[in-house]
Design a protein around this ligand. Structure first.
Ligand SMILES: [Zn+2]
Ligand SMILES: [Zn+2]
Length: 219
């Protein structure tokens, strides 16, 4: 698994990506093509790398590397909306014009519930920013490296507030289920470089060195 930097040739036109229904709110899974199975459905915690592609802004598109049930890792594309808003049912309907009336109803119920919880001060996703020494709300588009190990998940996050990288050790549910925030997470006490390739190396090195400290996530 190398860096995804520069591998942008597979980007389809805006039109074709807008018409893809990548996230299913009922199962919490993203659909991607698989060379062995034709199609595969994975949760967010099966993502391994995320990288926002330059150029495509409406919608912004992320190239992801994900661990497939066939045993291989594949690349796929996901829109910003599918990544951050679809899990909350807050997609705005643009991508879902072709959906059935029944799913539309389910979506609006999810949407109301998510909106109420955010207004009440609950955040769908949080992480602990090590450079700032405080928990921060975040969306999945700020996640950029994920690595499973020992039942938990190493998660590299680019802080939306200070732009620095932090690595947390979290549960799969912390990533996959909006509003499921681990009460405590492991935090790597290391300030990561801004360079993606170096960060990847540091991420792996720190992840297996067990130099985690525990922080509470309550915002
Ligand atoms: Zn596969
Ligand atoms: Zn920060």
């Amino acid at each position: 698994m190398g860096s995804l930097v520069g591998q942008t040739s597979g980007l389809p036109s805006d039109l074709s990506i807008k018409n893809l229904k990548m996230y299913d709110a009922l199962t919490g899974r993203f659909t991607f093509p698989c060379p062995a199975r034709g199609e595969t459905r994975v949760t967010l915690s099966a993502f391994r790398q995320l990288e926002r592609l330059p150029g495509a802004a409406h919608p912004a598109v992320f190239q992801v590397l994900f661990a497939c049930a066939c045993g291989e890792e594949h690349e796929g594309l996901v829109t910003h909306d599918d990544l951050d808003w679809a899990p909350l049912g807050l997609q705005g309907g643009v991508f879902y014009n072709l959906m059935t009336a029944r799913l539309d109803v389910v979506d609006s119920e999810l949407s109301d519930l998510a909106a109420r919880r955010i207004q009440a001060g609950e955040w769908p996703w949080t992480f602990f920013c090590y450079p700032e020494e405080q928990p921060r709300p975040v969306f999945p588009s700020s996640f950029f490296l994920l690595a499973p190990g020992d039942g938990s998940l190493g998660l590299a996050v680019r802080c939306p507030a200070c732009q620095k990288t932090s690595v947390n050790l979290v549960s799969h549910e912390h990533v996959d289920l909006p509003f499921h925030n681990d009460p405590e997470v492991g935090v790597v006490e290391h300030v990561f470089s801004d360079d993606v390739t170096r960060t990847l190396q540091e991420f792996r090195a720190e992840l297996y060195s067990a130099s985690f400290d525990t922080r509470r996530l309550g915002l």
